[in-house]
Design a protein around this ligand. Structure first.
Ligand code: G6P
Length: 613
């Protein structure tokens, strides 16, 4: 979702900004723009609808724009359709203030009414133009300089934002401010970089500053100063990014999604290694959760969006079964407005790859405001959820670029397994022997995933056969139901084929009327006790003309009597089956998308990091 970059140094800014925006493409966007200036020269603005290529062409790769200080933006439309007029940067009529924005300003109507009373005119349908003009208004009214004007605007604006602002009177400076939308700043020698996400500046520096919520920063050439909302100077230490730039490149794979699918054994192994000692004991002390706290938990709420929510769906079966603690799983967008009943001895787990998803962040704050301990399962170090949660469990997936998550999802599952095993051990619902068995099995998962990946050509072949499918139904029971929810989402996200995931026993209560000759029905059958039941539900579909695909463990060969196509996965502890069964489903979505010639890494209408509600 919207990407921001900024550069202030001694080289031409526009080519650097364009390169930075390319690294943020994965966030999703539908138009882009740049504002660049040189010393006291007037700022130059160029915008283009569509892909970044259009902006490259308009500016001759940036060479046509002269200036060593500038800001850039990729816009994912919220207010106003995606066109050049609504693209950022926006500016005040006299170009006194020029800015780009990520987020949503909720009280934009009220602010616009105020500005209209002061004779401001509006040319776009964006909330950003209102923010720009509000800053301009305070700048001229109070004459307190850029930090003062931005701080005054921040006190009036409700919603979420990251802003990058240029002021006519301060030619060699960029100002930035944020609330609930990400922004990082890096310095390399006498040059300063800023971006919505680390990959855009990693080429230049590993030492980055995370600007905090409701803070403002002034970026000079090789300098940065931070201010709080009271305009007081504040000290900040840079943090080192330990993963390398290559991790954010395609490395010989055709697309990021298939590269990241193949990185899952590593993501799983690395995440296990963060908390499992050589002797098989689990150490959660880096998370700051002690055994006394674990014994107290009376309920667990898991709150998340998208695929992270699907991790929650399978988690409830695992945690309830192993730990006997009641678990409720909720969509963050619902939780935050539901006035949930939370036990002070409960735990709220927020799962988020980006750590910036607006609804998940709001849910976390809702829980914190009620005094309930919170745990974030997060991939991006230093992200808002990571900073605000009481405890953080980092997934070791590395940067995930494809919009459709794969390796972060797999790493999130590992965090849940580890929490469940540890909680169960501490609460005495499993013994040491069982723990050792489970940890030993957990350590085999990376090899088992590799084995499934070796067989990917079969899935590729199958995908080619079903590339014209209109509807696909995924069914399963228990943990398998959770698995199918993620399989169905992958399918929709990247292949644009309508699909639904159903609890296998529920299909006949209405939805089975959609099954007709040739409809693809995919059943997940990883849970021994539920195998026969799900198979019967698959057969109910076959009788009505469905083509059946089954995913089950090696050994369950009786499935061949009913299914038309079967994918076998290695046997594992049933609690961990999701980690294996999801792999063929990710591959199926990927190959269907590629077969259809779609933009698999950046599907239409989607954003990697959804920083608006
Ligand atoms: C977006 C992405 C999904 C992701 C969801 C939650 O919708 O397209 O792939 O699952 O956000 O993101 P998070 O960063 O909180 O895990």
């Amino acid at each position: 979702m919207c990407g921001i970059v900024g550069f202030n140094g001694y080289e031409q800014a526009a080519p650097i900004l364009l390169e930075g925006l390319t690294k943020l493409e994965y966030r999703g966007y539908d138009s882009a723009g740049l504002a660049v200036r040189n010393d006291a020269n007037d700022v130059e603005l160029v915008k283009a609808k569509g892909r970044l290529r259009a902006l490259y062409e308009k500016t001759n790769g940036g060479i046509a724009m002269q200036g060593t200080c500038g800001i850039g933006h990729t816009r994912w439309a919220t207010h106003g359709e995606p066109n050049e007029n609504n693209a950022h940067p926006h500016c005040s009529d006299d170009r006194n203030v020029v800015a780009v924005h990520n987020g949503i300003i909720e009280n934009y109507k009220e602010l616009q009414a105020k500005l209209l009373r002061h004779d401001y005119k509006f040319y776009s349908q964006t909330d950003t133009e209102i923010a720009v003009k509000l800053i301009d208004y305070y700048y001229k009214k109070y004459k307190g300089g850029p930090v003062d004007a931005i701080a005054r605007a921040m006190m009036r604006i409700r919603g979420s934002y990251a802003l990058a602002v240029l002021f006519k009177d301060y030619p060699n400076e960029i100002y930035t401010a944020r609330k609930d939308s990400p922004m990082v700043i890096g310095i390399a020698g006498d040059e300063t970089f800023m971006a919505s996400d680390v990959p855009a500046i990693l080429k230049y520096t590993r030492n980055v500053y995370f600007i905090g919520n409701m803070e403002i920063a002034r970026l000079g050439k090789g300098t940065v100063e931070f201010f709080n909302i009271d305009r007081e100077l504040i000290e900040k230490e840079p943090e080192e990014i330990t993963w390398d730039a290559e991790a954010a490149e395609k490395g010989g794979f055709e697309h990021f999604m298939i590269k990241e699918i193949h990185e899952q054994p590593k993501a799983v192994r690395d995440t296990i290694n963060t908390s499992v000692n050589e002797d098989g004991t689990i150490d959660l002390s880096p998370l700051g959760i002690d055994e006394e706290e674990i014994r107290k938990y009376t309920q667990i709420h898991i709150v998340a969006c998208g695929s992270a929510y699907h991790v929650g769906m399978v988690s409830q079966y695992i945690i309830e079964d192993l730990c006997r603690i009641p678990v409720r799983v909720e969509l963050a967008s619902e939780f935050r407005y539901r006035n949930p009943i939370l036990d002070p001895n409960g735990l709220v787990i927020v799962i988020s790859q980006s750590g910036e998803t607006a609804d998940s962040l709001a849910a976390l704050r809702e829980a914190k405001s009620k005094g309930i301990p919170t745990l974030g399962i997060v991939n991006v170090i230093g992200s808002s959820i990571a900073r605000e949660a009481d405890h953080v469990f980092y997934t070791m997936a590395g940067p995930e670029i494809a919009v459709a998550t794969t390796k972060a999802y797999s790493a999130q599952l590992i965090c849940i397994y580890l929490l469940a095993i540890k909680f169960a051990e501490v609460r005495g619902t499993i013994d040491t022997e069982k723990r050792d068995q489970m940890i030993a099995e957990l350590r085999t998962l990376p090899y088992k995933i590799e084995r499934i990946l070796e067989d990917k050509e079969r899935i590729q072949w199958f995908a080619a056969k079903f590339s014209n499918a209109k509807d696909i139904f995924f069914i399963g029971r228990g943990i398998d139901y959770g698995i199918t929810m993620e399989g169905s989402l992958k399918m929709k996200e990247v292949s644009y084929i309508h699909s639904e995931a159903y609890a296998a026993g529920e299909l006949k209560h209405g939805t089975i009327s959609l099954v007709e000759d040739g409809t693809l029905v995919i059943g997940s059958l990883t849970q021994k006790e539920l195998y026969e039941k799900t198979l019967s539900n698959m057969l109910e579909c076959k009788t009505r003309g469905a083509y059946l695909m089954g995913i089950t463990s090696y050994g369950n060969y009786s499935i061949e009597d009913s299914a038309d196509f079967t994918v076998y996965i290695p046997k594992t502890d049933p609690h961990f089956a999701t980690s294996l069964a999801v792999i063929p489903l990710q591959l199926l979505g990927y190959y269907l998308s590629v077969t259809k010639g779609l933009n698999v890494d950046k599907p239409r209408n989607l954003a990697k990091s959804v920083t608006v509600e």
